[in-house]
Design a protein around this ligand. Sequence first.
Ligand code: HEC
Ligand code: HEC
Length: 428
Amino acid sequence: MAKHTHAAAVAIGALLIGAFLAGRETGAAWSKEEIAQLESLWIGSQPPLPADPSNRVADDPRAGAFGQALFFDTRLSANGQVACATCHLPERQFQDDRARARGIGDATRRTMPLAGIAQGAWFFWDGRKDSLWSQALGPLENAMEHGTDRTRVLHLVREHHRASYEAVFGPMPATGPLPQGAGPQSDEAGRAAWRALPETDRVAINTVFANVGKSIAAYERRIRFAPSRFDRYAEAVLSGSEPGAEAQLTTDERAGLKLFIGRAQCVQCHNGPSFSDLHFHNTGVPAVKNLPADEGRAQAVAAVLDDEFNCLGPYSDAQPSQCAELRFMSKDTPRLTRAYKAPTLRNVALRPPYMHAGQLGTLEDVLNHYSRAPPAPAGRSELEPLLLSRREQHQLIAFLNTLSGPVVIAPETEPQTLQSRAIAWSIE
Ligand code: HEC
Ligand code: HEC
């Protein structure tokens, strides 16, 4: 009995000494492999934005300015009250803090933040769109979001944005007289009116509709993350200097970072400077009662292949050979059941609730989820239980808090080198 007590006291003593030493440890304590991981997560490692060959105006500043005006224009909705910015609030990292979005009606998923998204190839939680421009067309026709239709969009551009449109795309196409409310996604009367239009008018309307999306995409491509405290710390570690006060991480934050890239293997999916592989995973997130069944990526595969606004469609500016993502995407639907796009973790602490339908209210709930790894409601979860102690969960949360930083609209002409770009942003 006494022996056990003694052993316990020695063990506690050793723990205290260990904790004391860990407290004094500085940034120099990283192994070579860990430093390579830090570099891969550092914002300065972000490659330049991938080109979007399906959108020839993706980096045209006039298209971006036109797209910005459209992003904030509530006239692009059935009731004149909903713009993209209603749910994607610029002052809230282009999201709305709700579990499920609210536009004309109630949506079934959470609004996604928009910074840095042009790095990825797929859009929406399930990736049912293969470009930013074709993504932008979705909410316009969605009855729960903007609830408008293609002929109304054409009228709006003609009446209120004609000069901006024509400066980028040339003369607006002429059409015969057009009914309001016609479109392939409208109500029954609207669909019948759409089918009754001559083919040439439908193509003209679709062309303007696609160009509206291409302009909005040119604006969205400029929404970026600026460096966080983690980036300043990583930069100091990489340059071999002692992090200054504004770049220092606490013992708990460093322990959380070590877990993140080590035992907890968060980097398996949350990797690179976006803290996301921008691909789809089933992580066993519970379904929400009373919502229609949601199969995630599995149900998006057919949708993106059928989409007339995809990379291979008639309104795309790409050659078929430039549509590799779409042509070679995985169609393994059993494995993709309830798989969702891994979200970026930059600024994550500033925008609860979490997951595709706001199922988890706090970061404590999220870490508890990863610790237990419950079975998925459908399909198979890729997670194994991590059995994290409360302290480890707390350390991971502390680390996630170091990923907060400003969201900025990048200048139209960007500094050339990555280094100068990271520096230019931190001056904001
Ligand atoms: C009613 C609120 C609402 C409105 C209005 C809205 N969105 Fe969204 N947005 C959402 C929701 C919810 C999602 C996720 C939906 C899903 O996955 O099914 C989303 C997803 C996105 C994404 C995907 C981001 C990513 O990382 O994949 C982009 C881009 C986007 N919206 C842009 C826009 C644009 C552009 C407009 C205006 C044309 C717009 N949204 C209007 C709520 C809204
Ligand atoms: C197998 C891939 C995978 C691994 C490993 C993983 N995640 Fe995730 N993570 C995801 C996916 C996918 C989602 C979104 C799931 C959903 O919405 O249904 C997500 C969501 C999150 C969110 C919520 C973000 C938001 O905006 O809703 C946080 C926070 C998070 N993960 C942190 C972590 C941490 C911390 C670890 C390590 C303990 C980790 N993740 C490990 C794939 C993964």
